[in-house]
Design a protein around this ligand. Structure first.
Ligand SMILES: *[C@@H]1O[C@H](CO)[C@@H](O)[C@H](O)[C@H]1NC(C)=O
Ligand SMILES: *[C@@H]1O[C@H](CO)[C@@H](O)[C@H](O)[C@H]1NC(C)=O
Ligand SMILES: *[C@@H]1O[C@H](CO)[C@@H](O)[C@H](O)[C@H]1NC(C)=O
Length: 476
């Protein structure tokens, strides 16, 4: 068997010293031993032109090339060149116009040492192992093998699948890579905990594969509008292709009521409640009502807004805002307490505002002091930080106090009862949102990572939570 000096793939750098030693040896014996240089693997794209390089080395007067041939590993002859008889492509019809020797036979005698073969309009059936063989006088034959791989670049697209809120996982986005060879790799970049479900089918062109990946998850209201990205990897790409998708989840209205400041008194003018809604699709209607069924004449409804021009005893009730969209219905309640006299408006608002400002300042001071202490401590020694974890759980307890049941406390005052009447699934959604809020509120405290005294920590917590302050100020 003749020796083939296949060009090494450049990635094998660790073996480089060994290889150069080998090449040195080959060069020394080169006068005697001729060899064929080919690439071990060549990739071409379907429909494109590809070249299979093949060189006989070294160029020397002692040897005459008498014939160059290319054949498949199974023995089928592909192309031949003879200095006197010219080129020959055995499989005439199919091959002749697609095959060509790039330099052999073009004048200069040294071109005989270059058997590089060009294949145009690459087809699937061209894939295989090709042997390039030089017949020489008087040294005999030398050959090398190249693996020609035929790739097809896939066409990719991705889109959201519009889904409706449910408790079961469903495909929420689809990413399709059409007609790749080999099959493309699809992954999803997403902060959501969905999973990809892939399927493959033959592409239109023989030998190609169409890959479909469906991003599957439980569709919750809060995932509506979230952006995720489909990433398609393929050998024919310089870099992976990124396809953004915006999820679309239809869900019934999530309703809350704002605008109640816990200071509605007889004769007050221009008191308003606002019905705040998140939903997909948009709400089709708002309905304000009271549990008793009688609606106070002094209250005027303007879509999501409830206007009371002059507060009277009839307004001393609970208002319910019911919102409907194509998927379902959601509602929220607001208890309105009508007082006989204003609740110390100017006297109380002042301390409230100044208390909040003072609280913020105190937190800032503590943050600054804490960072200094932290830096000083860190300089001295590295320690595990149980202080951070402790602060986090303390904050959580504080939040529970204000989040118990379904009552949500808002910084500006009164309780809002959030009671969705949508089909089941809303409830887990709501719960998870509460948990998320808790986690978010923990973060600033974890960020402190202080090792301060426990009394310091207690102080911070009671002031960090703005709702706690305002609640005391309002109710006590
Ligand atoms: C190679 O061919 C040329 C003529 O084409 C001839 O003069 C020369 O002697 C040949 N060399 C060998 C080594 O056969
Ligand atoms: C060509 O040869 C390589 C290496 O020996 C092998 O891995 C590959 O499967 C072969 N390809 C074909 C199409 O036979
Ligand atoms: C409103 O109703 C509450 C009880 O629900 C009552 O204590 C209060 O006095 C009422 N306010 C007025 C102005 O009647």
């Amino acid at each position: 068997m003749a020796r083939a000096a296949a060009l090494p793939p450049s990635r094998l750098s660790p073996t480089l010293p060994l290889l150069s030693l080998l090449l040195l040896q080959l060069r020394e014996t080169g006068a005697q031993d001729m060899q064929v240089q080919v690439l071990p693997e060549v990739q071409g794209q379907m429909g494109n032109t590809v070249e299979l390089p093949c060189h006989l080395l070294p160029h020397t007067q002692d040897v005459n090339v008498t014939q160059v041939t290319w054949h498949r590993l199974n023995g089928v002859s592909v192309a031949a060149f003879h200095p006197n008889f010219g080129t020959h492509f055995p499989n005439q019809q199919a091959s002749q116009e697609r095959l060509a020797f790039v330099r052999a036979g073009q004048g200069a005698k040294t071109n005989l040492y270059d058997a590089t073969l060009a294949i145009r309009d690459l087809r699937l059936e061209d894939e295989g192992n090709y042997t390039c063989e030089f017949a020489t006088f008087p040294k005999g034959t030398r050959s090398g093998v190249t693996w020609l791989r035929v790739l097809a670049q896939p066409q990719n697209h991705a889109e959201a699948q519009e889904v409706t809120l449910s408790l079961d996982p469903v495909p929420v986005a689809r990413c399709v890579s059409v007609g790749g060879r080999p099959a493309a790799q699809i992954t999803w970049i997403s902060a959501l905990d969905g999973e990809a479900r892939d399927s493959q089918e033959p592409g239109l062109q023989p030998g190609t594969v169409t890959v479909t990946s469906r991003y599957t998850m439980v569709p919750l209201g809060r995932t509506d509008g979230v952006k995720i990205t489909c990433k398609v990897d393929h050998e024919s790409f310089q870099e992976p292709m990124l396809l953004p998708v915006t999820l679309s989840v239809r869900y019934p209205p999530e309703v809350s009521i704002s605008g109640y400041d816990d200071n509605w008194y007889l004769g007050r003018s221009e008191a308003t409640l606002h019905c705040d809604v998140r939903s997909n699709p948009e709400p089709t209607g708002y309905d304000w009502s009271t549990p008793s069924g009688t609606f106070p004449a002094s209250a005027v409804v303007k879509g999501p807004q409830l206007l009371v021009h002059s507060v009277d005893r009839l307004v001393n009730t609970t208002f319910i805002c019911t919102v409907t969209n194509a998927v379902g219905t959601g509602r929220a309640e607001q208890v309105v307490l009508v007082r006989d006299t204003p609740q110390a408006s100017s006297r109380d608002a002042g301390p409230l505002v100044w208390g909040a400002v003072g609280g913020v300042l105190l937190v800032l001071l503590l943050l600054a002091g804490g960072s200094i202490a932290f830096l000083l401590l860190r300089r001295r020694r590295r320690r595990k930080s149980p202080g951070g974890a402790g602060g986090g759980s303390g904050g959580r307890d504080g939040d529970r106090g204000s989040n118990d049941g379904k009552t949500q406390m808002f910084g500006n005052g009164g309780p809002v009862f959030w009671t969705p009447t949508a089909p089941g699934p809303l409830r887990p959604d709501g719960k998870e949102e509460e948990e998320e809020e808790e986690e978010e509120e923990e973060k600033p405290e974890e960020g402190l990572m202080l090792p301060p005294s426990s009394s310091l920590k207690d102080d911070m917590e009671s002031h960090l939570d703005g709702s706690l302050i305002s609640r005391r100020a309002v109710y006590v």
